[in-house]
Every structure is written in structure tokens, then in C-alpha cells.
Design a binder for this molecule. Structure first.
Ligand code: GLN
Length: 207
């Protein structure tokens, strides 16, 4: 078992540095991944927040899309936050027609689902499986939500909140399927390391 697992952070676009810092604090060796060869050395991958349409485009242009898809098909642990969640979905709503996603989690996500008027907000979200009973202080920035999940997907967290349609309803914002974890929100911005800690444990368990 790897003592300090090597966790890559998809680094063609998005808030890479904050994830590197959080992963390092959780006992991983965190390395940015920009080229396909850099993927060979990692035990797990984080896809950060940013802009999923740009991530999709750049990952194809830089030859990273297919190597990542292959590692995911082979069971490499992955954590996607916000745009990263969109990149892991099997179906993306309100995306660009040419936008690609890895389908590592059987879920349909809607981009920018909480509406554009209040496009960023913070809220406490109870997340199953984290140490302690405290809800996670979640930061949402033009966040997606999970509209439906398929077999084998565990819902870890949801929030009661109005969507773009103004209707307050529970919306799924944290899920896990096997070695793939995704959140609509940005734990790397809060100093709460419990989600990164969970992911590093998932990488250790898979190594
Ligand atoms: N709205 C962005 C997208 O569609 C995600 C925003 C974020 O990652 N903070 O990719």
C-alpha cells in the first residue's frame, strides 16, 4: 500500500493550486497533470472547479481526454468538484452540444442549475460518510446539481434550495459511485479537509 499516494490534479484549467494544497495537507503527494505522460504516475485524479466546456475542449486538444477515460475505465479513483463533477457525469444538461464528459458516475447533471441571478452562495450541507456530525460549509459558484442518478450511485448530500425556476426543492449535490466522488461545491476553498481526506483514503484503499 502506498503510504503517500500520488494524486494528480487536472491542471489545464481550473482552481488547481487550492486542491494541491488540500491534498498535501491530507497526506498525499499532489501533482498537476497537463500531459498524458503525467497521468501514468498518479494513483488518483482530482478534476477541479473551473469551466467544464473549456476543460472538455482543452483535454481533447492536449490529448488528455482519452488517457483519462482509459484510466477511469480501469478503476482509477477520481474526485470532481463543480466543473469536475460535470466532467464525470454520464449526461450533461444545459451544456454545449460538443461538450464531452467521462461518464464515470451514472448521473445526469444540470450546469448552472441554481440560476444566474444568485450565481454564488454558501450553505451548510450534511454529507454522509464524513468524520464528525458537522455539516459541510459548502461554497457554490455557478454550480451544477445532480438531476438523477443511476444504479450504484450513492447520494451523499443534498440541499433545499431554489433553482433557476424559483422552486425550493431538495437537490443532490454530493454523490459517489465506487471509486468516483463528486460534489457540486468547492471544498478546496473552505479549509474543511474532510472531503479531500475521504478521497485520499479512497485512493489509498484502491492502491
Ligand atoms: N458553471 C461551470 C461549468 O459549467 C462550473 C462552475 C465551477 O466550477 N465553479 O463548468
Amino acid at each position: 500500500m502506498t503510504v503517500r499516494p500520488v494524486v494528480g490534479v487536472f491542471a489545464l484549467q481550473g482552481d488547481v493550486r487550492e486542491h494541491v494544497r488540500a491534498l498535501t495537507a491530507c497526506g498525499a503527494d499532489a501533482v498537476p497533470v497537463r500531459r498524458p505522460a503525467e497521468l501514468d504516475d498518479v494513483d488518483g485524479l482530482v478534476i477541479p472547479g473551473g469551466e467544464s466546456t473549456t476543460m472538455s475542449k482543452l483535454s481533447v486538444e492536449f490529448g488528455l481526454y482519452d488517457p483519462i477515460a482509459k484510466r477511469l475505465a480501469d478503476g482509477m479513483p477520481v474526485y470532481g468538484s463543480c466543473a469536475g463533477m460535470i466532467m464525470l457525469a454520464s449526461t450533461v444538461l444545459d451544456g454545449r452540444p460538443d461538450q464531452r464528459s467521462f461518464g464515470a458516475i451514472s448521473m445526469t447533471v444540470r450546469r448552472n442549475a441554481f440560476g444566474r441571478q444568485v450565481d454564488s452562495f454558501e450553505a451548510p450541507v450534511p454529507v454522509a460518510g464524513l468524520a464528525g456530525d458537522d455539516p459541510f460549509h459548502a461554497v457554490f459558484i455557478r454550480a451544477p446539481w445532480v438531476e438523477s442518478v443511476g444504479d450504484g450511485v450513492t447520494v451523499l448530500g443534498a440541499i433545499d434550495r431554489a433553482g433557476a425556476d424559483g422552486v425550493i426543492a431538495p437537490h443532490v449535490v454530493a454523490v459517489r459511485q465506487g471509486a468516483a466522488l463528486a460534489t457540486s461545491f468547492h471544498p478546496e476553498l473552505t479549509g474543511d479537509l474532510r472531503l479531500h481526506g475521504l478521497f485520499v483514503e479512497m485512493v489509498r484503499a484502491a492502491a
